[in-house]
Design a protein around this ligand. Structure first.
Ligand code: GUN
Length: 293
């Protein structure tokens, strides 16, 4: 069994990005600028956004963090989105999800100028990704592709089971794994809470990508020996031995699954760092106006 080390892989990619930023600046270009909107004080969102701001510094990007209290109105938030759409200094921006219930996430996502949508959540980017056109691709699935690429994991003709059908991970992941290129060309099955044969599907899989948000869901009896396991889960579970009072738990029962498989991502240190790294890659693309003028 070999660990798919997202932390080390992401660190190497961030160094490459930083070197490219230096070149851009040396040639008289502009420093890429990512803005992030954070609404409220959700613990997970605070941590993710702080990591994104830190990664920007590591890559040599400018970053701006814009905060609102949880009682911000939808109108105020949409106004800020429009301001960022118009701000020529901002190359790309994100609105950290989830948003409070009184705000429509879809409305906010669709208000973002797709040319600055470095999360790849706008329907134009989702649609372009689906048909294989250049665009911003959502960071978690793209980070997983980068990790598979980094470890030269074969995907062509393999049976890949994606667990979960969210707009952020499951759906784009399944789509990317079936595209006619590497990493892709896989035979993809998507399983979710209503699937009746989920365990059998998993047992036949060469690659399992678990993105259900259910700690320890994937057990040894669901894994074919030699399979590749990618664990997207990051559920916070109480842990009195930690200073924070919690630890991150993946969707895979690591201790019993790891000895069986060929490759597996740890939690933390697997998919998480790759997700942030992919957002940095999208921000660099935004700075370079690589996809859209
Ligand atoms: N919440 C969980 N994942 C993400 C992400 O990739 N982007 C944003 N904006 N919010 C998230």
């Amino acid at each position: 069994m070999e660990l798919l080390d997202g932390k080390a892989t992401a660190a190497a990619i961030k160094q490459e990005i930083a070197a490219e930023v230096e070149q851009i600046l040396a040639a008289g270009g502009k420093r890429p600028h990512l803005a992030a909107i954070l609404v409220g004080h959700d613990g997970g969102s605070e941590t993710y956004v702080a990591s994104k701001v830190k990664a920007c510094a590591e890559c040599g990007f400018k970053s701006s963090l814009i905060r609102f209290e949880a009682d911000v109105t939808e109108e105020e938030l949409l106004q800020k989105v429009e301001e960022l759409n118009q701000d020529a200094d901002v190359d790309g921006f994100i609105v950290q999800l989830p948003l409070p219930k009184h705000i429509s996430e879809q409305k906010v996502i669709e208000a973002i100028d797709y040319r600055k949508d470095v999360d790849g959540f706008h329907p134009i980017n989702v649609g372009r990704m689906n048909i294989g056109l250049p665009c911003y691709i959502s960071a978690t699935p793209n980070g997983i592709l980068e990790l598979l690429k980094h470890y030269n994991i074969q995907t062509s003709g393999k049976k890949c089971v994606v667990l979960g059908r969210s707009n952020i991970v499951g759906k784009p992941m399944a789509n990317l794994m079936m595209q006619k290129r590497y990493p892709g060309d896989a035979t993809v099955t998507v399983c979710h809470s209503r699937s009746t044969n989920l365990k059998e599907e998993c047992r036949q899989a060469d690659i399992i990508i678990a993105a259900l948000g259910q700690p320890n869901f994937v057990t040894a009896d669901m894994v074919k020996p030699g399979a590749v396991i990618v664990d997207v889960g990051t559920t916070r579970v109480p842990d009195a031995t930690r200073k924070s009072g919690f630890r991150l738990n993946g969707d895979v029962k690591f201790d019993e699954v790891a000895p069986l498989c060929s490759y597996i991502t740890p939690v933390p240190g697997g998919v998480g760092p790759m997700t942030i790294c992919s957002l940095m890659k999208n921000t660099l693309s935004a700075g370079k106006k690589e996809f859209y003028k």
